[in-house]
Design a protein around this ligand. Structure first.
Ligand SMILES: O=C(O)CCC(=O)C(=O)O
Ligand SMILES: [Fe+2]
Length: 193
């Protein structure tokens, strides 16, 4: 689901200024998988990420906005979403993220994926589209191609929707996040990241 202009403009503007300003040292190469099986795999993805901790007002404002979405969706759709985790992502020119799922069926507590885009004036020539795949006639095909335009919010089911970020030709900023259900045992929530 692509929602152009869904992000409050003033919030999107502050997030963009922040991410543009961040030092290289505040990012790390994105790995695949969770802490246990963490491996850096530059063949699969070459973006750099910075996890939100809620340590400052801007991160809290974004998390608060997502919290209001979480409550609205739980109220109307009875999804039982428990919490939300997210990170800034920076794709340098040439960076990509090959086709993947954000969750493997039954194996993680990520239910809904969100991506907020922070790139004013992005055009097709800049590449970096988010491709959405679906099974059509028994074959997985691209069914949507989304430009990472400032203010656009994309939401999809984490374990159902294969997606891919094609090579970006200019610096591309986004915030990827996941609403999770609580599948904890012994009151211990699955570790994030
Ligand atoms: O930035 C995007 O368009 C999507 C990123 C993504 O798929 C992810 O971080 O899992
Ligand atoms: Fe993803």
């Amino acid at each position: 689901m692509e929602l152009p202009g869904a992000v409050p403009p003033e919030l999107a503007e502050r997030l963009l200024l922040r991410v543009i300003d961040m030092e290289d040292a505040e990012f790390r190469s994105a790995g695949i998988g969770r802490s246990g099986d963490f491996q850096k795999n530059r063949f699969v993805r070459s973006d750099e990420i910075h996890w939100f901790t809620g340590a400052d007002e801007l991160e809290r404002d974004y998390l608060d906005w997502m919290e209001s979405l979480r409550e609205a969706m739980n109220r109307r759709l009875f999804l039982g979403l428990f919490d939300y985790e997210c990170h800034f992502a920076r794709y340098a020119p040439g960076a990509f993220y090959k086709k993947h799922l954000d969750a493997f069926q039954g194996r993680t507590n990520r239910v809904l994926s969100t991506v907020t885009y922070l790139n004013p004036g992005w055009t097709v020539a800049d590449g970096g589209q988010l491709l959405i795949y679906d099974k059509r006639d028994g074959e997985e095909q691209v069914v949507d191609s989304i430009l990472p335009l400032m203010g656009t919010l994309v939401v999809f089911l984490s374990d159902r929707v294969p997606h891919e970020v094609v090579v970006a030709h200019r610096q591309r900023y986004s915030i990827a996040g996941w609403f999770r259900v609580n599948d904890s045992i012994n009151g211990q929530l699955n570790p994030p990241q």
